[in-house]
Design a protein around this ligand. Structure first.
Ligand code: DX5
Ligand code: ZN
Length: 212
């Protein structure tokens, strides 16, 4: 089986101790760090933004996987790129010009990802698969950590994989644990985001290893 990239989501970390929380998942074996950005418009929640990404960049060499759950992402690509993101994933539903957003991300030398919410059909993003580095399949309604995995959404993975170039990463986000991770891997996912499963556990290393 191909290597699975685990991307711990800091949304469930202790924000008072963010530096230690990031160092701890790195120490536990994670190479990527998932940063959830929410604007209170695209999703009914507000999380963190540009200054926090900038601060994290100064303290870690982990690969920063930034998940933008914001309306009109094209307005903020430059700022997130300059703040030190390595990968910028935006939502297909949040813009009328997905191609433009992908080009902008590439223009700033970053890896580009597109994400789809549970109700969005996989066919909608087929036209972009050749210009992307990653597709993020949401298996919960975006906005909150700790929700239950939606099995039907995971069924989108094979149809995306079938049409994807070899090196396109298919990432899954929402409700990932030691059981749902197996389902996603068997369907063809190559990266898994996990927030509460890792950060609410008392052994980050064990939790990460149980996902691989
Ligand atoms: C939800 C976020 C997720 C969230 C996942 O909108 O995109 O990254 O942190 O949390 P868990 O793993 O707890 O479902
Ligand atoms: Zn996320």
């Amino acid at each position: 089986m191909e290597k699975i990239i685990i991307s711990p989501s800091i949304l469930s970390a202790d924000f008072m101790n963010l530096e230690q929380e990031i160092a701890a998942v790195k120490e536990a074996g994670a190479e990527w760090l998932h940063i959830d950005v929410m604007d209170g418009h695209f999703v009914p929640n507000i999380s963190i933004g540009i200054p926090v990404v900038k601060s994290i960049r100064k303290k870690t060499d982990m690969f920063l996987d930034v998940h933008l759950m914001i309306d009109n992402p094209e307005k903020y690509i430059k700022a997130f790129a300059e703040s030190g993101a390595d990968l910028i994933t935006f939502h297909y539903e949040a813009t009328t010009e997905p191609e433009k957003v992908i080009s902008l991300i590439k223009h700033y030398g970053k890896k580009a990802g597109i994400s789809i919410k549970p109700k969005t059909k996989s066919e909608e993003i087929f036209p972009f698969l050749n210009s992307l580095d990653l597709v993020l399949v949401m298996t919960v309604e975006p906005g909150f950590g700790g929700q239950e995995f939606l099995h039907d959404c995971a069924m989108k993975i094979p149809s995306i994989k079938e049409r994807s170039p070899e090196n396109l990463i298919i990432q899954v986000d929402g409700g990932i644990n030691n059981i749902t991770s197996k389902i996603c891997k068997s369907l063809g996912a190559s990266s898994l985001v996990a927030g509460s499963y890792i950060y609410k556990s008392n052994d980050y290393k064990k939790a990460i290893e149980s996902l691989i």
